[in-house]
Design a protein around this ligand. Sequence first.
Ligand SMILES: Cc1ncc(COP(=O)(O)O)c(C=O)c1O
Length: 382
Amino acid sequence: VGPITDDSGWLLYHSVGRFPGQREVVGNILMASLDAWLALDDKRWQVLEGRRRRAIELWARLIGASPKEVFTAENVTLAFHAFIDSLANDRLAGRDVLVAEDCFPSIRYLLHALAPRIGFRVKTVEIAPGAAYVTDAQLIDAWDRKVALAVVNWISSVSSKRADLAALLAHGKHLGSLVAVDITQGAGIEPIDVKAISADFVASTSLKWICGVPGAGFGYVAPDLLLELNPRVQGWYSQPQPSNWTLERFTLAGDARRFGTGTASVLPYAASVPGLEWILDQGITNLRQHNVALCHRLIEIIDSHGLQLVSPREDSQRGGSLMFRLKSANDAEEARRRLLDKGLICDIRGDRMRWSPGAVTTVEAIEVLHSAIDEAIPRAAR
Ligand SMILES: Cc1ncc(COP(=O)(O)O)c(C=O)c1O
């Protein structure tokens, strides 16, 4: 079977999402933004800031929030930082912040940097020996009244294990903990309603299933918490009306704009609007249906070749990706390169290979993958 020459072998949605017509529509919005920037008129800020507002509106819709509860940050790590550092010190000092070992590593790096400064302990729930991920039961076991804040990763980027957010949040609320959720690997492929689960804070990028570009992250803060949050970085964009230039009249906005700082980044948001519009037009449930059908076939393929699946088999416990383990990181890298030669685009994390089929991935491409495996992944590597 010859190599695939279009994007139907795209299995990279856990990292970079794509959708039909993306190049043209994103190109158009970027060119229009540049035109507005250079135009001999006075509309440039209105147009560009309008595109960032549009991205905020769409992301808010995706998670069931109001745009007033959403702020922007360059990436997820910064959004988490902004939230955690804005909490009153007595919320966290002397208490525990709970996190799973297999959350996105950057979040753990951040927590360990903030812990000595704020005075909290990082309580890490480790992956059990021989297991592929931290389970919800382990998290709940470790989650007691000393936990001031739990940072929950909805879907793991290295196993695709999906946390039961409703159950975890119910447990956390019962104990009076704050709960911050990283929804990066689920946003755009699994429906989520931040109000229904009563999340205190939620963040994602616009990469991955949302099909945006780098540099456009979002944070959501529950409205009942907003007014007590005091962002460490404040500037003219933190005000109800950024155009106030008098220190004596400075006030923090009553909504999530208080997390604004100086002049906002706009181009990544403009370039991420088409992806957000596209996925919302398709409907997340429909996108997930296509993904699940392809995942079922991929699980059959993984099993029939004796590959070691590390992702949960149950659809309800898994995100949009499938991950399996090879004998070594070198084997995984070799396999990745051979699959790439066939037009099958995936990646690896150590000895784990990651396959994430999305909107542009086809049934036919999955069959090309099936026939490519014997050559790409020798038996000794499985
Ligand atoms: C679960 C999860 N969180 C966060 C990120 C990205 O974080 P940041 O935007 O800070 O790079 C990723 C990217 O792979 C991820 O998988």
